[in-house]
Design a protein around this ligand. Structure first.
Ligand code: ASP
Length: 372
């Protein structure tokens, strides 16, 4: 899902702590059994969510649901669901069709974490492989490492039989070509200066590589952000998660975002729950946001409250150094009871996510926009 990022004024907000829930957790008690379950949407297990509220997100959850509901593992469910999203050519922020770096090269980041085994895997800056999340799973299961990057990650994937493929679609290539010509008035891309807008007496201008010039310059609706998080709890209570992305579009070649970094773009703890991040990775890395969200849930916060806490934590850090800057993140989280939540500090309306569980089936859930 492409997110529209805008800078926003900082609104100071204080944190609140559900002390009763903290006490109950520290005593090893389920908060729900005291009727003091922390605020936020409650669910049931098994369950699976994705940060994608769009039809592909829904299709991905529906595709894996029967197996998960029948006792399949959370780990398999998140991988299969993510694979479907990675293949969506219309999704310009994940896998095939994801927007490239400034050189026009698609570099993908992904991570996976298995709460049952306290194991994790990741790939960073991998090129020409459609399913970085599955490569991340192999790093987790077939090596004693957590992360492989760039050519090493690609060679590793090829050795396991992943095909080497062009990840650019016609749409993403046109978007990149347009960006290359329009992003700066100090480079030499685009028609020569003396021929910009030039037409001959028949009204014909400089032919564009991608056809009609107006359509070329208009291009698809664009943003520079987007990622998918998929989190699940299975019938045994095991929790797993994946984050997969093409990262920020037009990024400096070699730039790695938060998505492959365990604790930043993803964190899973079988005793507590899981969290995933989308948005400006630089902020998520510095704040260790997914780990922070899971830590807040361990203290008794609901997934919804913990996501909001993480946004306020980032805002507070910038405010502390006097910077009036709201960078733009979206967080999703679940806990082991099947409660879920999401929050962002982006755009005008609330964020949304896809949720599927036994109690209610599929629904699109709206969370909280912390900008008020
Ligand atoms: N978090 C991703 C990154 O920084 C991109 C995004 O989700 O917008 O690479």
């Amino acid at each position: 899902m492409i997110l529209l990022i805008t800078r926003r004024r900082f609104f100071g907000q204080s944190f609140g702590i559900t002390t009763g829930a903290v006490l109950a957790r520290s005593l090893g008690l389920k908060t729900g059994s005291f009727g003091i379950r922390a605020a936020g949407r409650t669910g049931s297990t098994p369950m699976i969510i994705t940060s994608h509220p769009n039809p592909t997100g829904q299709a991905a959850l529906e595709e894996v649901w029967d197996t998960l509901a029948a006792g399949g593992s959370a780990l398999d469910a998140v991988e299969r669901a993510t694979n479907i999203i990675e293949l969506d050519p219309e999704d310009m922020s994940v896998g095939y069709g994801g927007l490239p770096n400034e050189d026009g090269v698609v570099q993908l980041d992904a991570s996976i974490m298995d709460g049952r085994t306290y194991n994790a895997g990741a790939v960073a800056g991998i090129e020409n492989i459609k399913h970085p999340s599955s490569v991340a799973r192999l790093v987790m299961e077939r090596t004693d490492h957590v992360m492989l990057a760039a050519d090493g990650a690609k060679e590793f994937a090829l050795s396991f039989g992943f095909p080497e493929e062009d990840l650019m679609t016609e749409k993403s290539r046109r978007a990149w070509l347009r960006w290359r010509e329009e992003h700066s008035d100090r480079d030499d891309w685009g028609p020569p200066d003396h021929l910009r807008g030039w037409e001959d007496e028949q009204g014909r201008g400089i032919p564009e590589a991608a056809g009609d010039r107006e359509a070329f310059l208009r291009g698809p609706e664009l943003s520079t952000h987007g990622t998918v998080n998929v989190l699940a709890v299975d019938a045994r209570g095991d929790i797993a998660g994946i984050t997969s992305t093409s990262g920020m579009s037009w990024k400096v070649p070699g730039r790695i975002g938060d998505s492959p970094i365990i604790g930043a773009g993803l964190y899973v703890d079988n005793e507590v729950g899981a969290a995933g991040a989308t948005g400006r990775g630089e902020d998520v890395i510095k704040a260790c946001s997914s780990f922070y969200i899971v830590s807040r849930m361990r203290e008794g916060r609901s997934p919804q409250e913990a996501c909001e806490d993480a946004l306020r934590q980032i805002d507070a850090r910038y405010a502390a150094v006097g910077i009036d800057f709201r960078p733009g993140e979206k967080f999703v989280a679940i806990n082991r009871d099947g409660d879920y939540g999401c929050a962002w500090n982006i755009g005008e309306g609330p964020p949304a996510m896809s949720v599927m569980d036994t109690a209610e089936g599929y629904r699109r859930h709206e969370g909280v926009n912390t900008t008020g």
